[in-house]
Design a protein around this ligand. Structure first.
Ligand code: CO
Length: 133
């Protein structure tokens, strides 16, 4: 397995519109894609940076994992998405090496991607998302 790109840096925010305005007005970063990911209970806005994205995330319901993360740790970096060619193979390798995963199998992500989350406990404290386009 090899990372081919940093796909996105995900940032948890309470006010999505205010965060979008901040990145636009301060850095000129424009929204390229918006999506409700109902299974995760989040709304996201993707802002293009070269071949990567800033992913602004806000919870859509109080029981979503992101709402709990915001309550516990406040706003800020939530996870890093790394692009790989084959998320299923990458996930199998991670599991074979004995590392903890959140998703036992790949699942649909936003903008038509396939993703799998790895557990921060065995990833030096970072929630890692593998992303296949
Ligand atoms: Co993500």
């Amino acid at each position: 397995m090899a990372f081919t790109e940093i796909d996105h840096v995900a940032i948890a925010v309470r006010d999505l519109e205010a965060a979008i305005a901040y990145y636009r007005d301060t850095f000129g970063a424009e929204v390229e894609h918006r999506e409700f990911v109902e299974s995760d209970g989040v709304e996201e806005a993707l802002l293009k940076v070269a071949d990567s994205y800033i992913q602004l995330l806000t919870p859509t319901r109080p029981d979503s994992p992101l709402a709990k993360a915001l309550e516990k740790r406040g706003e800020g970096i939530h996870h890093v998405g790394y692009r790989v060619d084959d998320v299923a193979a990458a996930l199998e390798q991670v599991k074979a090496q004995g590392h903890m995963v959140i998703d036992a199998a790949p699942r649909p992500g936003s903008r038509g991607t396939t993703v799998a989350f790895l557990h921060p406990k065995t990833a030096f404290g970072t929630l890692i998302e593998l992303v296949q386009e």
